[in-house]
Ligand binder design. Structure first.
Ligand code: COS
Length: 384
């Protein structure tokens, strides 16, 4: 086992941290207050290779190994979870899925535009009545000559209102259950495809979340990714990729809680000395630190397996489960260190707490991660 970073990985961390401190942290609070989508920040991230992570260079990507990618996502997550969510969906759910499942022609058509950041992607699986039960898709794709016609609604779609390309899951044959699902690449502007932004979120307020609507939306035959019937496997494999990204981003959020709490504890005076001198404050710092370090190791272990190309559903769910719940504990403890000031958005920790919350829900709730972990350990594979 090797716990050392390569020189390249160290350099990626420095480059991303410099960028995040210069371009993201100074505007994160105002973007959160005003629900401003960080289009300009994302535009600057493209030429730096941040919008593609592990996508190979032959498709315009940065060709990173997965530890490097975890470092990238962690550092973006340390600065602003809204930008991190946008990035995670764009790279891990969209580009990595196209890379794994799309035809060569589809890869050549879409990956370079996505990898450069010229286009944004979204992943449309969730529906009003299909969350944890992802196979229960009501969106239908019916054959129409050499193409397909889509009808249905998608819910809580990150990047949904700003994406140029959507991976859309739909049922082609209800009698086949999860084996009747298909995945399609649908471009923005296709007649019959529209979106409605969702407002009033607790956190991630500067990220875009939308409902997608498909009304007799006709798409060509070559919009199908893989075979009709591959949809559920494509979705599950995509989530193995997406959950890793969420986990790495949550480590960044844990680290942000630690950095803010350490700074505050050393500055804030009570009873005539910095509160860092008090043992119960030291306990809070110790708890935040332990959560951060443990979460990071679980993410890097899953990343190590991904780089080697070994199936990692179990290790990714462990990392996602632990690091998202750890981020909640870290943000809670960080507010506690800050006392009353932590309740105001003058300090970033209340935003960390609001932003952390959804990560225990999206891309598979904590309960779904526990189900995957429990089944794996017990060697049982289906609901009984
Ligand atoms: N990678 C590839 N294939 C997978 C897979 C994975 N990680 N997980 C499951 N599959 C395949 C199985 O091999 C099986 O294939 P066959 O049809 O050939 O037998 C099929 O998918 C069904 O698997 P399983 O029986 O395990 O499915 P279940 O319905 O019992 O459970 C859970 C699946 C609950 C784990 C799944 O529905 C899930 O993750 N739900 C949460 C969805 C989610 O995260 N939603 C939020 C989306 S936000 S983007």
């Amino acid at each position: 086992m090797d716990f050392d970073f390569t020189e390249e990985q160290e350099m990626i961390r420095r480059t991303v941290r410099d960028f995040a401190e210069r371009e993201m942290i100074p505007i994160a609070r105002d973007n959160d207050r005003t629900e401003t989508f960080p289009a300009e920040t994302l535009r600057k991230m493209g030429p730096l290779g941040f919008m593609s992570g592990p996508v190979p260079e032959e498709y315009g990507g940065a060709g990173m190994d997965y530890i490097s990618f975890a470092i990238l996502v962690e550092e973006i997550g340390r600065a602003d979870s809204s930008v991190r969510t946008t990035l995670s969906v764009h790279v891990s759910l969209v580009q990595m899925t196209i890379l794994q499942w799309a035809s060569e022609a589809q890869k050549r058509k879409y990956l370079p535009r996505l990898a450069s950041g010229e286009w944004l992607g979204c992943f449309a699986l969730t529906e009003p009545n299909a969350g944890s039960d992802a196979a229960n898709q009501q969106t239908m794709a019916l054959r129409d000559g050499d193409g397909w016609v889509l009808n249905g609604n998608k819910m809580f779609i990150s990047n949904g209102g700003v994406a140029n390309l959507a991976i859309v899951f739909a049922q082609t044959d209800r009698s086949l259950g999860h084996r009747g699902l298909a995945a399609f690449l649908v471009e923005k502007g296709t007649p019959g495809f529209s979106s409605r932004d969702i407002h009033g979120k607790l956190g991630l307020r500067s990220s875009n979340t939308a409902e997608l609507i498909f009304e007799n939306c006709r798409i060509p035959g070559d919009a199908l990714m893989g075979q009709a019937g591959d949809g559920f496997k494509i979705a599950m494999a995509a989530l193995d990729s997406g959950r890793f990204s969420v986990a790495a981003g949550s480590v960044g959020l844990c680290q942000a809680c630690l950095d803010a709490s350490k700074k505050y504890a050393l500055e804030r005076q009570q009873f005539g000395k910095p509160i860092a001198n008090f043992q119960l404050v030291q306990e809070l710092i110790a708890d935040i630190t332990t959560d951060t370090e443990a979460a990071r190791l679980l993410v890097y272990r899953a990343g190590h397996l991904k780089t080697k190309g070994i199936r990692n559903t179990f290790e990714t769910s462990l990392a996602k489960h632990f690091s998202t719940e750890a981020a909640m504990r870290c943000a809670y403890n960080a507010i506690q260190v800050h006392g009353g000031y932590g309740y105001l958005d003058e300090y970033p920790v209340e935003r960390y707490w609001r932003d952390a919350r959804v990560a225990t829900i999206y891309e598979g709730t904590t309960q779904i991660q526990k189900l995957i972990i429990g089944r794996h350990v017990l060697g049982v594979s289906a609901f009984v």
